[in-house]
Design a protein around this ligand. Structure first.
Ligand code: AMP
Ligand code: GLY
Length: 450
């Protein structure tokens, strides 16, 4: 699904990174920035490109390091990443996480004439500032929950008294998924507002907040490869955000995903495109942002239609672990087309199989957890199963150990979702690690609908 490029509108974006690359030849060397399961998946998919490009990663993890050279440069070290790209003479940089994007990594790479997939800092604000995004959604009449904007306690508390509960309180800035409270009672809502505006927990991110009406329904993640006003919608997926079975407990970065999300029927996807994706891409361009990268739209499928919960400006994690394995299309050709301003008319080929990813976390995630537990991997994996590494490292003895909250993403690709689920869970059970924790019900919503 590709929107054609309108030449009269393109002028607004010219001179920006989106239209700066003239070469139609695919790059031969690529730097992937990041260290999670998303980046392991990106590395795998880029390595599978027919031209066999050289891929390197920074900083990577133990699994990525088994496949490509990794440089120990942190994702927030923008100058270090640019220096690495120059030293390694890479022809293309693919940025995974939001932090380097919001710190202006793409701006710096463009200044150094190095093509990059991932938006400049102005585009990354769509993720880094929830109030900025909400203002755009409201200005362009894109469906989203009603909301109030506050930086002072008294007006925020007064507004709360005029709304129903449950109600959603959102800290403005990046808070690693922890800046959102869905308050069930007025007391909880007030406490969240006080904590964000008065407390120190969210730092500068909490000094501005949104109070937003609660939306009800199923969530879906729509990932869109965007290049100015051109875009390609990637296969649909759904994420399980809560830590516990039955969608209970605190929100996490994501405990498991599956693709396709059958709840998004072709007719519903066409509506989402018409009412949300197309107006969003055009609104961003109208705001003067030359966006090149992934626009990840979190959507609530409410009884009255799809409604935007948030924008992210990067691939989802663990959505990427189920979306990319379903692409028949060469990922490098797709991302390069976006970076070169050649995305119009791009045809995506998608595999009919179902993909399901179970995240293995360290017990205690998303709060406190131990690092350094040795992981014993199965000697062989069932067909179609891939283990993507996230928070892993090597200890002094060279063993692979846990090194983060989300440790591994076990993905299976199979003809049906039940087959994908049983293959992924067989691999999860065959994996050993003292602090292993995972949800047992990934895919349940869709499996139970059958
Ligand atoms: P966000 O950081 O904006 O993605 O919010 C994190 C999670 O909070 C979302 O994935 C939803 O599960 C939930 N959430 C955010 N906004 C709303 C809303 N208006 N109504 C219901 N749930 C929400
Ligand atoms: N899985 C949700 C995210 O990447 O933000």
């Amino acid at each position: 699904m590709t929107r054609l490029f309108a030449p009269e509108l393109a002028r607004a974006c010219r001179g920006s990174q989106v239209f700066r690359v003239a070469s139609s030849a695919l790059p031969r060397s690529i730097l992937v920035v990041g260290s999670g399961g998303r980046e392991h998946t990106l590395v795998r998919s880029l390595l599978a490109s027919p031209g066999k490009p050289r891929v390197i990663c920074a900083p990577g993890n133990a699994g990525i390091a088994q496949e490509v050279p990794c440089a120990n440069v942190a994702v927030d070290n923008v100058a270090g990443l640019v220096a690495l790209a120059k030293k390694e003479q890479v022809e293309f940089v693919v940025v995974g996480p939001e932090i380097p994007l919001s710190l202006g990594l793409s701006d710096q790479l463009i200044a150094a004439k190095i093509p990059v997939y991932g938006p400049t800092a102005d585009g990354a604000r769509l993720e880094a500032s929830k109030t900025f995004t909400k203002q755009i959604l409201l200005k362009y009449k894109i469906p989203t929950a009603a909301a109030g904007f506050f930086s002072k306690l008294e007006p925020a508390l007064a507004y709360l008294r005029t709304r129903q509960v449950p109600i959603v309180i959102k800290a403005d800035g990046l808070a690693a998924g922890k800046g959102v409270v869905v308050a069930q009672t007025r007391g909880e809502a007030e406490a969240a507002v006080r904590e964000m505006l008065d407390g120190e927990r969210f730092g500068a991110a909490g000094k501005q907040l949104l109070i937003e009406d609660c939306l009800y329904g199923e969530e879906t993640s729509i990932l869109v490869v965007v290049s100015g006003r051109d875009y390609v919608i990637l296969p649909t997926s759904q994420d399980h955000k809560r830590v516990g079975d039955g969608d209970t407990g605190p929100n996490t970065g994501g405990m498991g995903t599956y693709s396709p999300a059958e709840v998004v029927t072709p007719a519903l996807l066409a509506r989402i495109d018409r009412e949300i994706v197309n107006p969003s891409v055009n609104a961003i361009a109208d705001e003067g942002i030359a966006f090149c990268g992934t626009l990840f739209i979190g959507i609530m499928l409410t009884a009255s239609g799809p409604s935007v919960i948030e924008y992210n400006t990067r691939f989802g994690d663990p959505e990427t672990q189920v979306v990319l394995p379903r692409l028949e299309t060469d990922l490098l050709a797709l991302l390069w087309a976006a970076a070169s301003g050649e995305l119009a008319g791009f045809q995506l080929a998608v595999r009919p199989q179902h993909a399901l990813c179970v995240v293995i976390a360290a017990k205690g995630y998303p709060d406190t957890y131990l690092k350094g537990d040795v992981i014993n991997f199965p000697t062989s994996l069932p067909p179609g199963v891939t283990i993507y590494h996230a928070g892993t490292a090597r200890n002094a003895a060279g063993q692979i150990v846990t090194n983060g909250g989300r440790v591994l993403g076990v993905t299976a690709l199979a003809a049906t979702l039940p087959q994908a689920a049983s293959a992924a869970y067989a691999a999860c059970d065959a994996l050993h690690c003292a602090s292993k924790y995972f949800r047992r019900d990934i895919g349940a919503r869709q499996l139970n609908r059958r």
